[in-house]
Design a protein around this ligand. Sequence first.
Ligand SMILES: [Zn+2]
Length: 382
Amino acid sequence: MNRTSNLGEAIDRLTRLETDGHRVLSLYLSLDPSDFPNLRERHMELDALLDELERSHAAEEQGSHAERLALRGGIERVREFFTDAELAVPSARGLAIFCSTPIELFDVVSLPRGVPDAAVLDARPFIEPLVELAAPERWCVLAISRRTSRILRGAREHLVEVDSVLDDVRGRHSQGGRSQGRYQRGIETEVDEHIRSACSNLYERFKGARFERLLIASPSELRHRVEHELHPDLSQRLAGHFEIDVERASAEEIRTRALPVIEADESRRERETLDRLEEGLAPNGHGATGLDEVLGLLAEARVQTLLFAHGFTAPGFACPQCGRLSVGALACPADGTTPEPVEDVIERAIELALRQSAEVLAVRHHPDALAQRGSIAALLRY
Ligand SMILES: [Zn+2]
């Protein structure tokens, strides 16, 4: 059994998985306490999912005896895994499980936030929810006051405090008199020193484990002094600022305040990518829209950024010989093989794009932008 909470690592492993023609059971279970507050409800949730899966595949005639046995074995294995202890104290907001008994696959991925429940049996692992979780995953918040600095890392739904420093800056003095001005200047020098050391500590941590986007949480008077001290590698990741009581706020309070700033940044970056797409759609531009067109470009490995409407799915075909994806059932242009139907060709397209190191963007803030474009589009490498 493999177990991880590193989404990037899980996505990487699952996209490279060799299934030897065996089907994979993918299960997403929400453990969000607001949805499923107690153990009994979580068991019921799991039972409902597995029953539904069994029912939908009991009727299928085309599956071989071995396939049906494999499915039953997989479901049993999942039931065994979910003991009371596993469901009682969720270390995560959700779990994803990928299981295929014939190839001895049993991967458990802890999810940083709840996703819609799903149980899917298909030729490939169902990884789209993982990708959507991973895309905004790598956030960092530097919370900094005149004497304290705290660093939080993680996802929009789950920020973890990884560092906290209280520097020995003298408290503000209200004592009047002639020496006050010089005294205050001395303190300001110490505050500058504290900010400088917090920013260099942040950069050291960044070099050890990179993050995509950075937020500064501080009293507004410090904002520009902090931004001024950031290493250029960090400045270019700066996504916004918010005010908070740095000394007293809990990690959860910081996350709650960060969330709207994170969403605004996501929305802005989505907008930028959509604008680049609009430009790319001019004659001789590097943009393409529509499922048929995009699948063809993926087959040529020309996609740099794959954009799709959040939640978009579509049936299609895949060539069993070379993996080429298509909307229609015409023989594969590369090798003449007759393609096989796949339930969701979008999921396959995402996998393919990731294997080609393309960026994958689920558009959730500007749903209308892709609606007129067939819900899927691509920016091209050339
Ligand atoms: Zn082919």
